[in-house]
Design a protein around this ligand. Structure first.
Ligand code: ZN
Length: 288
């Protein structure tokens, strides 16, 4: 029987596995864009099947700019997921977002430089709408799931996604603060854009580990402190996953599953069959 999932969960720094839930399978997936960061662990929580993929690989051996984002998104879509909950360790750019707080951003600024951010090209042009980069339905469900957990949640924040792998300079950190951004990471783009192209709902749960480097009166941040915060955040993330996944069996009432409907510009007669065949793996309604 072919393995299928309802939802994809992408783990970031500190979150390399899910536990305390019923694991039903482990699958390796090959996509037209290559292989994802690791095998996908499939868990079943109250009848909903979630496929878990750590974006840096188990053991953390893939840097943010080295991740095959297209393979990761395609693999989850090819297993049947229509929605993705992503987790990411972030630095805080605001006083009130403390280490160990969670943030569900509603906007993002792209400061990445060297990444392939589309499934299209190679003869087929498409432009998706990305004004609201995250799924508002998932956003609401995450808040519902977090209600009974002891996690400080922030919303209506802007996330900066930087190239890395080095962290920001102090001048950059102050610049991002002047833009009123709330948190910073290195991996939500192009992940969110690719999920939108694949017509998947996507939301990211940012887990604050430290105050980036702008807060000069802050006690010196040590590796120990950051690792400790990563571990605490991972345990909160696992508790949140258990509450959230069962809520995701609700019908998708948002527009994410029609993102490509008016996005493809290329005359069907001019679309190269090789590229059509690749896109068919993730968008079978449009390419046959
Ligand atoms: Zn959606």
């Amino acid at each position: 029987m072919k393995t299928t999932i309802d939802v994809g969960i992408i783990g970031g720094s500190g979150l390399y596995q899910i536990d305390g839930v019923k694991i039903v399978d482990e699958v390796s997936v090959k996509t037209p864009w290559g292989i994802p960061s690791d095998i996908i662990t499939i868990a079943e929580i109250e009848g909903v099947r979630a496929g878990f993929l750590p974006r840096h690989g188990r053991g953390h051996f893939i840097l943010p700019h080295e991740i095959n984002y297209r393979a990761n998104i395609a693999a989850l879509k090819m297993l049947g997921a229509g929605q993705i909950i992503a987790f990411s360790a972030v630095g805080s750019l605001k006083d009130r977002i403390k280490p160990l707080d969670f943030v569900i951003p509603d906007q993002i600024i792209d400061r990445t430089k060297s990444r392939i951010s589309t499934f299209f090209g190679d003869g087929i042009a498409a432009h998706i709408a990305f004004a609201d980069p995250f799924c508002s339905r998932l956003h609401e469900l995450i808040l519902v799931a977090a209600q009974h957990l002891n996690i400080a949640m922030h919303t209506k924040e802007t996330l900066i996604c930087m190239e890395g792998p080095a962290f920001s300079t102090r001048a950059e950190s102050h610049l991002y603060r002047s833009w009123q951004a709330g948190v910073i990471n290195m991996s939500t783009l192009p992940e969110a854009k690719l999920a939108r192209e694949a017509e998947m709902c996507y939301a990211v749960i940012c887990m604050s580990t430290d105050y980036d480097c702008w807060k000069e009166d802050e006690e010196h941040v040590t590796v120990d402190m950051v690792v400790n915060n990563l571990n605490k955040n991972a345990s909160n993330a696992k508790a949140l996953i258990k509450q959230l996944v069962p809520l995701l069996k609700q019908e998708r009432t948002c527009a994410c599953n029609q993102a490509i409907k008016y996005a493809i510009m290329t005359d069907p007669a001019k679309q190269p069959s090789k590229q059509k065949k690749k896109l068919k793996a993730i968008l079978p309604h449009y390419f046959s």
